[in-house]
Write a protein of this length. Structure first.
Length: 289
């Protein structure tokens, strides 16, 4: 099983290396488990820890993460907590060019496919609960501007499933899958730095004897750059024949969906780490407040 999981991990990032900045950061109640950044794709990180299980990967145009954290049944009646967070991101400098074009904006998109699964016991009814959360952001660091911000938290507190979230500051109640658009301004004389990040997190708490809680934030199916649908010039008119390239010549006018690895390898890894994580979680002790 271990050799199969390693082979799956190595096969995850089969996409060509690109000289963009990518990063992976994973932490939990017990400390930091991964902190890896640099040019090109980040090798997938994965593991089973006292706080839960994780897998994460980053490359130009493609972000993946899955976090699972569970508390054992509370046998002491003492307040216990568990939590993990994963942040994956890529940053590139985009240049827009076309004859006669000096500035304007373009409408780009992200293809999002994720799942939040909170878990909590319903008896006895108390303040125990699982709270998986995600946030997807598109930022322009040079302008200190966020052009896309999608965040959502699901909960299963007192055995009742609920959730709340927002999309660019507006309340959002739909699914976590689909194609989402945003606008990026540009100046053809200055490359526009664009950062895309995915945060996956799970927090769980129990208070009374018999409580158990946890959850999963699963974006192993990905957040992907979906290409550019429209370009406007400085007068607000639609223009065609525009090139939008990254620092290494990557064509951001096109979707990166074709570069997303098949999710079968992720499913295999998650199944393996789930078995190992279950054994670890049985050994956890309740944490005093």
């Amino acid at each position: 099983m271990r050799s199969i999981m390693m082979a799956a991990a190595l096969g995850l990032m089969a996409t060509p290396a690109m000289a963009v900045t990518t990063s992976i950061y994973v932490s939990g109640q017990s400390g930091t488990y991964a902190n890896n950044s640099g040019p090109g794709p980040r090798d997938p990180v994965s593991g089973s820890t006292p706080d839960g299980d994780y897998v994460a990967a980053a490359a130009a145009g493609v972000l993946k993460s899955s976090i699972t954290s569970d508390l054992p049944v509370n046998t002491t009646g003492m307040y216990t907590v568990s939590g993990m967070t994963s942040v994956v991101s890529f940053t590139d400098v985009l240049t827009v060019s076309a004859p006669g074009l000096t500035s304007g904006s373009f409408v780009a998109s992200l293809i999002i496919d994720g799942l939040l699964s909170p878990r909590a016991s319903s008896v006895p009814l108390s303040d125990n609960g699982g709270y998986p959360n995600f946030e997807i952001k598109v930022e322009l660091p040079d302008l200190a501007t966020t052009v896309f911000d999608f965040n959502y938290t699901a909960s299963n507190q007192n055995g009742v499933v609920g959730g709340a979230g927002s999309l660019n500051g507006m309340r959002y109640g739909g699914p976590y899958t689909g194609t989402f658009n945003f606008s990026i301004p540009f100046d053809t004389l200055v490359g526009q730095t664009v950062k895309v990040s995915l945060t996956c997190a799970v927090f769980a708490q129990t208070r009374n004897i018999g409580d158990t809680a946890g959850g999963t934030c699963d974006f192993a199916h990905t957040v992907t750059w979906g290409g550019v649908s429209q370009v406007l010039n400085q007068h607000g008119n639609v223009v065609t024949g525009v090139n939008i390239t990254g620092a290494t010549g990557a064509n951001y006018a096109q979707s990166f969906a074709g570069a997303v690895p098949e999710p079968a390898s992720w499913a295999m890894m998650l199944a393996g780490f789930g078995l190992a994580g279950a054994a670890l979680r049985r050994q956890r002790r309740a944490l005093p407040a």
